[in-house]
Design a protein around this ligand. Structure first.
Ligand SMILES: Cc1cn([C@H]2C[C@H](O)[C@@H](COP(=O)(O)OP(=O)(O)O[C@H]3O[C@@H](C)C(=O)[C@@H](O)[C@H]3O)O2)c(=O)[nH]c1=O
Length: 183
């Protein structure tokens, strides 16, 4: 397993070892002991699976407030996404800064998005399936969104033929300046 920082403290790309043979491959996608040895001590309590039919489905930017904040460990089992994490910890030296990483079934890579970050992704190809583990269960009362295109954050989303498809909730999300964030 390889781990690399994506440039903001705590946001990591994790690349599990793939054991290929004539049949295909085998890989451990999560091993608590190996993660702990790498300094990642998280207890995951919910697994999520989303399917997006077309390229350009944009989900985000989402987070749950304290005390129900979630760390997220995400991977793609079909297709590919550009995954984005934005630091929304007020007082952080990287507050409002974003990082992005392409996560794909082909690469088999994963992204760890810690608590304190707003998270989103856009699908790069049709029929994309995303799996992710989270460290707290869903709490609609703590669930928040920030505008994916807040000009102050300035995320450089890729251009996708046909444009983006968002949920009504995400279309109504506030800009970061108006959002409730982490202390
Ligand atoms: C997130 C979530 C949603 N739901 C329900 C609520 C709603 O009826 C339906 C769809 O929810 P959403 O529109 O919020 O789904 P989606 O836009 O895919 O939300 C996800 O986006 C990515 C970027 C994240 O980071 C995730 O944490 C999550 O917020 O599923 C659950 O039952 N459990 C959950 O954990």
């Amino acid at each position: 397993m390889e781990i690399r920082s994506l440039g903001i403290d705590g946001v990591l790309e994790i690349i599990p070892k793939r054991h290929g043979d004539a049949r295909g491959f085998f890989m451990e996608t999560y091993n608590a002991e190996r993660f702990s040895q790498a300094g990642i001590d998280l207890v995951f309590v919910q697994d999520n699976h989303s399917y997006s039919a077309t390229a350009g489905v944009l989900r985000g930017l989402h987070y749950q407030l304290e005390p129900r904040a979630q760390d997220k460990l995400l991977r793609v089992i079909r297709g590919s996404i550009l995954d984005v994490a934005v630091d929304i910890r007020r007082g952080s030296k990287t507050f409002g800064k974003w990082v992005a990483c392409e996560i794909s079934a082909e690469k088999g890579n994963q992204i760890l998005v810690p608590k304190g970050f707003a998270h989103g992704f856009v699908t790069l190809v049709p029929d994309t399936e995303v799996l992710y583990k989270v460290t707290d269960t869903y709490s609609p009362e703590h669930d928040r969104s920030v505008r994916f295109d807040d000009p102050v954050i300035g995320i450089e989303w890729p251009s996708v033929a046909g444009g983006f498809q968002l949920s009504d909730k995400d279309l109504k999300a506030p800009i970061l300046a108006d959002a409730e964030v982490f202390a």
